[in-house]
Design a protein around this ligand. Structure first.
Ligand code: NI
Length: 265
């Protein structure tokens, strides 16, 4: 068991290496004099007991994280949990999973074949959350999955790794709120996911979020490389609850639209 800091660092390094826009946007913010604080990290998986939320959360729980909230996404057939660490400096972890029982028999069959390729010892390993894709998959199979569930296609193509990190807007000094940050991101050449409006949520719901559209990256499928949407960068502004502490949960109706940042367009 390596320490939790090493796992979080590996997740960040893997995410930065895969997504050029993240390196660029982070660099632009630092050029403005900002120190970027990560609000949360999100991971995706299937609700099979070998690799589901409980399995994927294992390394985080072993590192001191605790389950804090549950969320349902009926239309996307997703369920999610968020985890918090006693050390408030560590980002929250948001893990979602696709409810396979609600998907077609064809999708379930494909996912079963992918999961059979997962090494048996992988789910118990401390670096499982950053192990990437541990199966062979061809581009046509990816398309079949993504046509039914963009989420399933993404997991099949990218496997176990950070789907996104999120900048905590409250910790920025030179931007007066999320709208100002959004304007800066767009001026820098990165379009935002405007499904449901650029800003999801409101001060009343205690959380405002926005996100870029995912980078297009070449992925090696068994039949050669194809360019598909990878990861996006998210921005979150949190508001205090009645007791004066920042709300650290999530808002399902907002997250629902954010998931679409990795859709093929
Ligand atoms: Ni998020």
């Amino acid at each position: 068991m390596a320490d939790i800091g090493r796992l979080l660092d590996l997740l960040w390094q893997d995410y930065m290496a895969l997504n050029r826009q993240v390196r660029t946007v982070r660099g632009l913010l630092e050029k403005e004099g900002e120190t970027v604080v990560n609000d949360h990290i999100a991971l995706r998986t299937f609700d099979d007991s070998r690799v589901g939320i409980d399995a994927l959360a294992g390394a985080f729980v072993a590192g001191g994280y605790q389950a804090c909230g549950e969320y349902d996404f009926v239309q996307k057939k997703l369920f999610a949990c968020h985890y918090e660490h006693a050390d408030p400096a560590l980002p929250r972890v948001f893990i979602s999973q696709l409810k396979l029982a609600e998907c077609s028999a064809g999708l379930r069959q494909i996912v079963a074949e992918l999961l059979e390729q997962v090494p048996a010892d992988l789910p118990g390993r401390w670096d499982f959350p950053v192990s990437g894709r541990t199966w062979n998959v061809d581009y046509r199979t990816y398309e079949v999955l993504a046509d039914e569930s963009e989420y399933a296609g993404w997991v099949a193509a990218f496997g176990f790794r950070a789907n996104h990190f999120t900048v905590l807007v409250n910790a920025l000094k030179t931007f007066d709120g999320l709208a100002a940050l959004n304007a800066f991101i767009k001026q820098s050449g990165y379009p935002l996911n405007d499904g449901g409006g650029e800003i999801k949520g409101s001060p009343q719901s205690l959380l405002e979020q926005s996100s870029t559209l995912a980078d297009q990256v070449p992925v090696d499928f068994t039949d050669g490389p194809h360019t598909i949407p990878a990861c996006y960068y998210e921005f979150a502004r949190r508001y205090p609850t009645a007791d004066g502490k920042l709300f650290y949960g999530f808002v399902a109706s907002s997250a629902d639209k954010i998931f679409e940042s990795t859709d093929r367009r």
